[in-house]
Design a protein around this ligand. Structure first.
Ligand code: AMP
Length: 286
């Protein structure tokens, strides 16, 4: 267990880091951005950050800019006391817990545009989502000023866009990606799994099963055609569940461009499926 400092304002966080001799973009400082309600997936990111840096700030902010008006902003689960325990168990040193008013004041007018990468995959059904992610992550990067930021491959599109963001906007941060942490059923750990009714949870396991099946087909040389892999995922889901598929696509893990033929080391099959009212995302990369 590490001792944990809680900061509710940007000024207080920067002052505390300065008082401890941590300079802007200090190589000892890492940031793990989250929306809280932390689980083993988030903890894997924090552990990774703590292996590389002695000071690990976990930000907890349910970002209203990345939710559309019809989405689950109000019911998104929150539990700061649980999050404090989860953070200190795996080596975080600081929690940054800003208010909605501080990060998204009513007079906020300038936002960060993710470009064409924000319009594909999840961006098709959530057209304002990645602008919200890019805007808040840029603010977090500039407030915390870490040398390392850690993201999960669970949200692969987000991570790929943010890698491009720090490069294109000359933000001096390295981004590390941590592999998806899964439940024994294969389902990717997610705060949103708590919304699933037992039967929806059972059905949701076919999302990862379909993706694993497609990856096996590719790795075993059964096909190199992206459309065959996409069909295999869709078949697994439609034959076993009542889930409504948003998309299943085979894209480049470098820049999200569509692939017709798999390239080992560069391929991602990504999917989003709604089980009941809960939309889950998942992916495999190979
Ligand atoms: P969230 O709190 O859902 O915004 O997620 C915060 C960070 O944790 C993001 O970088 C996610 O990709 C990452 N994350 C969430 N769930 C998992 C998981 N099951 N495995 C790995 N990383 C995850």
């Amino acid at each position: 267990m590490t001792t944990l400092n809680l900061h509710t304002g940007a000024g207080a966080l920067r002052a505390a880091l300065k008082a401890d001799g941590i300079a802007p973009w200090d190589e000892r400082l890492a940031l793990v951005p989250t929306m809280g309600y932390l689980h083993e997936g988030h903890q894997a990111l924090i552990r990774h950050a703590a292996e590389k840096c002695s000071r690990v700030v976990v930000s907890i902010f349910v970002n209203p800019l990345q939710f559309a008006p019809n989405e689950d902003l109000d019911k998104y689960p929150r539990d700061l006391e649980h999050d404090k325990t989860a953070c200190s168990a795996v080596g975080a040193t600081d929690i940054f817990f800003p208010s909605v008013a501080e990060l998204t004041p009513p007079d906020l007018r300038v936002t960060v545009d993710p470009g064409d990468m924000g319009a594909v995959l999840c961006g098709k059904s959530r057209p304002t989502h990645f602008r919200g992610v890019c805007t808040i992550c840029t603010k977090l990067f500039n407030i915390v000023q870490p040398s390392l930021a850690v993201f999960g491959w669970k949200d692969a599109q987000q991570q790929i866009i943010l890698r491009k963001l720090v490069k294109d906007l000359n933000i001096p941060i390295t981004i590390d990606g941590v592999e998806i942490v899964r439940e024994p059923s294969g389902i990717a750990r997610s705060s949103r799994n708590t919304y699933l009714a037992p039967d929806e949870y059972r059905q949701a396991a076919f999302l990862s099963q379909g993706l694993f099946h497609a990856r096996n087909m590719a790795v075993r040389g059964k096909t190199a055609a992206a459309k065959d892999l996409v069909t295999a995922v869709i078949d697994t889901i439609t034959k076993n569940t009542a889930g409504v598929i948003d998309y299943v696509e085979c894209v480049s893990v470098k820049d999200l461009s569509p692939l017709t033929k798999i390239e080992f080391g560069e391929t991602m099959i990504a999917a989003a499926v709604k089980f009941g009212s809960t939309r889950l995302i998942d992916n495999v990369r190979f």
